[in-house]
Ligand binder design. Structure first.
Ligand code: FES
Length: 239
């Protein structure tokens, strides 16, 4: 089979180019395994990220035959093609070959303070949360921060200030968590075109998320919470 892989070394290349490799995949071989074989047997300079090899660490996001996905979760045989074209994630600068600079993704993610904000000391037995409350949160907990949604987002393509689907979905996750007591001002920080109102609601993030997080649902949820919070505040005002 032909593997056409985008190559670029920021240190020495002026522009990216495709390099073609021939490789015979084993039955049920994943694209990640194929890349490792090509690197080990043909070209040790080929660079890509991976760690867990089982869709947990979020390191191996890339574009495979035009679709953003995890290389460790994509079997070569399932692509139904004799040629596999592999490119790095869009919306992020290429550092080397299939490795992109994730700094803009992480910077945006940090902006929403993606950690539990529970007041006071942690109770001796920990914070106990009812099963039914956690059910609402589970959808968002499964995010592995692979940045596939950020790369697929048309808003992130045209506006680098946009926080992006993963970060907003994470913030929504904490608003659903009964232990979290962050103030309404934390939501107001994303109440603008760089935040929830920037989303085009084209649902590309929902479409490509390899873990079915459906980040756009979280963005919609945040919008509802912001509107509800502001309405409440309006009616609380003294005449
Ligand atoms: S290698 Fe960890 S998600 Fe693919």
């Amino acid at each position: 089979m032909t593997f056409k892989i985008l190559r670029f070394d920021a240190q020495k290349d002026n522009r990216p180019y495709f390099q073609v490799y021939r490789h015979v995949p084993k039955p049920h071989e994943t694209v990640l395994e194929a890349l490792k074989d090509i690197r080990d047997q043909q070209d040790p300079s080929l660079s890509f990220r991976y760690s867990c090899r089982e869709a947990v660490c979020g390191s191996c996001g890339m574009v495979i035959n035009g679709r953003i996905c995890l290389a460790c979760r994509t079997q070569v045989g399932d692509l139904g093609a004799n040629e596999v074209v592999i490119e790095p994630l869009p919306n992020l600068e290429i550092q080397k070959d299939l490795i992109v600079d994730l700094k803009p993704f992480w910077d945006a993610y940090r902006k929403v303070e993606p950690f539990l904000q529970a007041p006071g000391d942690v109770p001796e037995k920990g914070h106990v949360v009812a099963e039914k409350d956690m059910e609402k949160v589970f959808q968002y907990i499964t995010c592995i921060l692979c940045a596939c949604c950020y790369s697929a987002c048309p808003v992130a393509t045209r506006d680098g200030r946009y926080v992006g689907p993963a970060a907003l979905a994470k913030l929504y996750r904490f608003t659903l968590d009964p232990r979290d007591r962050r103030p309404f001002s934390a939501l107001e920080r994303v109440d603008g075109p760089d935040g929830v109102w920037g989303c085009d609601t084209v649902f590309r993030c929902n479409d490509i998320c390899p873990k079915d997080v459906r980040p756009a649902d979280g963005i919609e949820g945040l919008r509802r919470k912001i509107i509800a919070g502001k309405t409440k505040r309006l009616f609380r005002r003294k005449p």
